[in-house]
Design a protein around this ligand. Structure first.
Ligand SMILES: [Cu+2]
Length: 461
């Protein structure tokens, strides 16, 4: 055993010994072998950890399938149907009115693992949703995700591949990391099975990494989180992180120009990126506060099903899993409630946990935030929905120009908003990255899954 091993530089002769081949292949192989050799000589590795790799009696295997496709989402001012509350028998994917102006996007939708590729194409091609499905998994379980590329209905001339990259995940092998230059991308009408064994609890995000500045802006992103093993109501393996309800909120900003250019077969120069929508879970206010029951039978149920309304009973601990896959930093304020930030980028902050009203969250960053729902008081601002009376607390972007719909930065806010309508066809003077916390009088049932919402927010109840 040689513990005195000194690293040495790879000489030209070593390099040649490692194999003739093409220059690129030689370089890659050489550098890999060099590192391996050095490691084993310097400190002989203990035998591979059987405790982890062999029997894991409590481990579960989760199999998912994500179909990558395109289609349209609905934003205030960019409605597909003039009155999205009522599809009135129309097929929302084929009976699109001539003057429709929904937003052309790419995305991931959940598909049946047992279907053939042809079946998945039949069922899901062109029927995009935003954002991608929420994925939650326990630490130590095995996760298989089959990505199926359905091709693009709106741009049949393009043969873009897709991948999934689990952002921030300690992936031991590049092949499942989704960076196409160093692994595998999935071409149209093909499947690829990704494998993950999650270990470190926390909130992450996943996105397509193929031509990523375009595909992420086009909508190929979602939130994935890891629960500590055996502790479904803890954010991290620490008793101070217990919660009663959880909500994933994915922040993005949207520049509609590259979306419009893409469907109209035009180039976009990304240095001209100038967003005009700011969304939470692909919805812009007032759509952000709609519950699951509110959107039944509407185009939002089909296209943007994940609510961003936060509901609570007094005294409950509420976990917000926040992630940003836009290209701007956002400052999200909670007016009137203390937020306890317990995690940054899937890392428990421990002694560094802090209390604030404003969450600063940059591109590719995640935050885990807890707050305690306060008592209900009839003297505080609020209203009544089908769950009964509630107090309202606003969770909003600090930047007033990001509380608009369809407005470029320097436009006159009042003028440009006059034409933007909410789901009922009424003028919506405020838009963008703003949602509500509604605290009721103990009228909410228990949540059975993240972002589950209850009741209707809009009369008639
Ligand atoms: Cu993609």
């Amino acid at each position: 055993m040689n513990n005195q091993f000194k690293p040495r530089k790879l000489t030209r002769r070593d390099f040649i010994k490692l194999g003739g081949g093409g220059a690129l292949a030689t370089l890659a192989t050489g550098s890999y072998l060099f590192k391996t050799g050095r490691q084993s000589l310097a400190a002989p590795a203990p035998p591979p950890a059987p405790a982890v790799l062999a029997a894991r009696p409590n481990a579960l295997t989760t199999q998912l399938r994500l179909a990558a496709t395109d289609g349209y989402i609905s934003l205030p001012g960019r409605r597909i149907f003039p009155a999205p509350g009522n599809l009135s028998g129309a097929d929302p994917y084929t009976d699109i009115p001539e003057d429709q102006n929904g937003l052309y996007v790419f995305g991931f939708v959940e598909a049946e693992i047992t279907d053939t590729i042809a079946d998945v194409i039949d069922k899901h091609k062109g029927k995009v949703q935003g954002p991608a499905p929420i994925i939650g998994i326990n630490s130590g379980d095995d996760l298989y995700i089959t990505v199926t590329n359905l091709g693009l209905v709106g741009r049949p001339d393009l043969d873009d591949s897709h991948t999934i990259h689990w952002h921030g995940f300690r992936n031991p092998h590049a092949v499942f990391d989704g960076v196409p230059e160093v692994s595998i991308a999935v071409p149209p009408a093909r499947d690829f099975p990704y494998f993950f064994r999650p270990r470190v609890a926390g909130t992450y995000m996943y996105h397509c990494h193929f031509e990523d500045s375009e595909h992420v802006q086009m909508g190929m992103d979602g939130i994935v989180f890891i629960r500590p093993a055996g502790a479904p109501n803890l954010a991290y393996a620490n008793g101070t992180t217990a919660f009663d309800r959880e909500y994933t909120l994915l922040f993005n900003e949207v520049d509609t120009t590259p979306h419009d250019n893409l469907i109209n077969v035009q180039e976009f120069v990304w240095s001209n990126y100038d967003p005009n929508y700011w969304v939470i879970n692909s919805r812009s206010y007032p759509d952000t506060i709609l519950t699951e029951a509110d959107i039944l039978g509407t185009e939002l149920e089909l296209r943007q099903p994940i609510s961003s309304l936060i509901q609570a009973n007094p005294g409950e601990e509420i976990l917000l899993r926040l992630a940003n896959l836009g290209y701007e930093q956002q400052a999200m304020q909670m007016l009137g409630l203390n937020l306890t930030v317990i995690g940054h980028d899937s890392t428990f902050l421990g002694p560094l946990v802090y209390t604030t009203h404003t969450i600063y969250i940059g591109p590719g960053e995640a935050r885990d935030v807890l707050f305690t729902a306060p008592a209900y008081s009839s003297s505080l601002p609020g209203g009544t929905d089908s769950n009964g009376p509630y107090n309202v607390y606003w969770f909003k972007n600090h930047h007033p120009q990001r509380l608009v719909n369809g407005t470029q930065d320097n436009d006159n806010l009042a003028d440009s908003n006059a034409t933007v309508e909410d789901v009922d066809g009424n003028p919506a003077p405020v838009g963008g990255q703003i949602t509500q916390v509604r605290v009721y009088q103990n009228s909410l049932p228990e949540q059975t899954r993240p972002n589950e919402t209850f009741g209707r927010t809009r009369p008639p109840f």
